[in-house]
Ligand binder design. Structure first.
Ligand SMILES: Nc1nc2c(c(=O)[nH]1)N[C@H]1C(S)=C(S)[C@@H](COP(=O)(O)OP(=O)(O)OC[C@H]3O[C@@H](n4cnc5c(N)ncnc54)[C@H](O)[C@@H]3O)O[C@H]1N2
Ligand code: MOO
Length: 395
């Protein structure tokens, strides 16, 4: 018999999320070349250094014309080689999409609507109105315009915008250093493969961070202490295994011996109840349960949001959408449940199997259906909250 101390009540999911995020501040800022900043979050707002377009431009290939025609073609405006002169009424210049409008031109005639014979140009359709097919200077943004607020994630579109706005260096939050530590004698002796470390490393690889893999580490206080010592200086430590209540579940005492404060232990979710959150100086530790599905689900629900919060994301939690469920679901119990599901035909089809060791079922899932604690039974066709697994990293 072990002298069993009473276990803490599992926290409701929302409270666990709130407590996790309350303890995380975005990491300090650094300046990065914009092309190296993919996936980072801005540490300050970004505004335009220049006006775009910098001049009136043609939106089409055709003729920049002055007056209502017919016209004489007097030159050309190409991208990078604008027409140098000024068009008088009755004159036209050949123009390419994106080329600068010649001075004096009042509209662009698309080439399909023009009849050209030598230098003579006439209409083959109705005359378009003044300003037709012209992109006015500044319609995208003006110099000094606020383009992106602090906290914005720099994805492909934001990188293009910053470059267009003349910004080549951006202030972003530093990328977290992450240690991933597999715990368990059975992993050290190779009787089962340490799948969780590789899985967690692949999960966090979608976010900007540097990963240090540690272990597998034996269920032994000395070995765990030595492994934790190797996590010094990391922003986030992810352990898997040893988080529950068995005689060999030593992660919590090892963390305490290392000087970490336990922030909370146990969350009212299935899978993932034994999740443990601790802090030591600037290091956040998430003790994930060892069962692979539980490690994945808690990694998705807690580790990825923690990383996103460190990166400066203002909304780091995963986002649920709503989809009709493809089958009847029974009423929920005291723990909320994340049910693996396959998405097909616009519906979420639940996978019945609940055992949190089953990787084959996990690998074929596309999403998790959220069943809140004590929820009523749900009829097929009813909308349920669904978390898409592929948005776990960078949306
Ligand atoms: N008496 C109780 N027993 C258990 C409880 C409980 O409340 N009372 N909770 C169960 C739940 S829920 C889970 S989840 C597991 C989690 O336990 P641990 O975090 O202590 O994990 P381990 O016991 O170390 O391992 C569980 C299982 O997972 C395998 N494992 C561990 N690490 C890895 C790894 N890195 N790669 C692959 N597989 C791993 C390990 O071999 C075990 O099979 O506890 C329940 N028990
Ligand atoms: O939470 Mo355990 O994660 O139910 O298998």
């Amino acid at each position: 018999m072990t002298g069993a101390a009473p276990l803490p009540q599992p926290l409701p999911l929302e409270e666990a999320w709130a407590r996790l995020l309350d303890g995380i501040r975005p990491l300090p800022g650094e300046a990065l070349a914009i092309e190296d900043a993919a996936g980072r979050h801005l540490a300050a707002p970004l505004s335009a250094h220049v006006t775009r377009p910098a001049a009136d431009l043609s939106a089409m290939d055709g003729y920049a014309v002055a007056g209502e025609g017919p016209w004489t073609v007097t030159g050309e405006s190409r991208c990078g080689a604008p027409f140098a002169g000024t068009l008088a009424s009755g004159q036209a210049a050949r123009i390419s999409t994106g080329a600068v409008m010649p001075a004096g031109a009042d509209r662009v005639l698309i080439q399909e609507d023009a009849l050209r014979d030598g230098d003579r140009l006439a209409l083959a359709a109705d005359l378009p109105g003044p300003g037709a097919n012209v992109r006015r200077r500044g319609i995208d943004f003006e110099q000094g315009d606020a383009l992106l607020p602090a906290g914005s994630r720099l994805g492909a579109r934001q990188i293009a915008l910053a470059l267009s706005a003349g910004v080549d260096t951006v202030p972003v939050h530093r990328a977290p250093q992450v240690a991933i530590l597999d715990c368990g004698d059975e992993l050290v002796d190779g009787s089962i493969p340490a799948t969780n470390g590789a899985m967690l490393a692949a999960m966090v690889a979608g976010l900007p961070c540097a990963v240090r893999r540690i272990g597998p580490v034996a269920d032994d206080p000395g070995a765990l202490g030595a492994a934790l010592a190797r996590c010094e200086g990391c922003d986030l430590v992810l352990t898997s295994g040893g988080a529950s209540v068995g005689d060999h579940d030593l992660v919590r005492p090892a963390l305490e011996a290392w000087g970490a404060q336990i922030a909370f232990w146990r969350v009212a979710i299935r899978p993932g109840k034994p999740l443990l959150v601790a802090r030591r100086e600037g290091t956040l530790v998430l003790g994930l349960p060892g069962n692979p599905v539980s490690a994945f689900v808690t990694g998705f629900l807690f580790a990825l949001p923690a990383l996103r919060a460190m990166l400066g994301a203002p909304d780091p939690l995963p986002r649920a959408s709503h989809l009709p469920v493809a089958a009847d679901l029974p009423a929920g119990g005291p723990r909320g449940e994340f049910m693996r599901a396959v998405l097909r035909g616009g519906q979420a089809d639940p996978i019945r199997e609940r055992d949190s060791s089953l990787l084959a079922q996990l690998a074929r899932a596309d999403a998790l259906i959220w069943r809140p604690p004590h929820c009523a039974g749900t009829k097929a066709g009813t909308d349920v909250p669904v978390y898409h697994l592929e948005n776990g990293a960078i949306a």
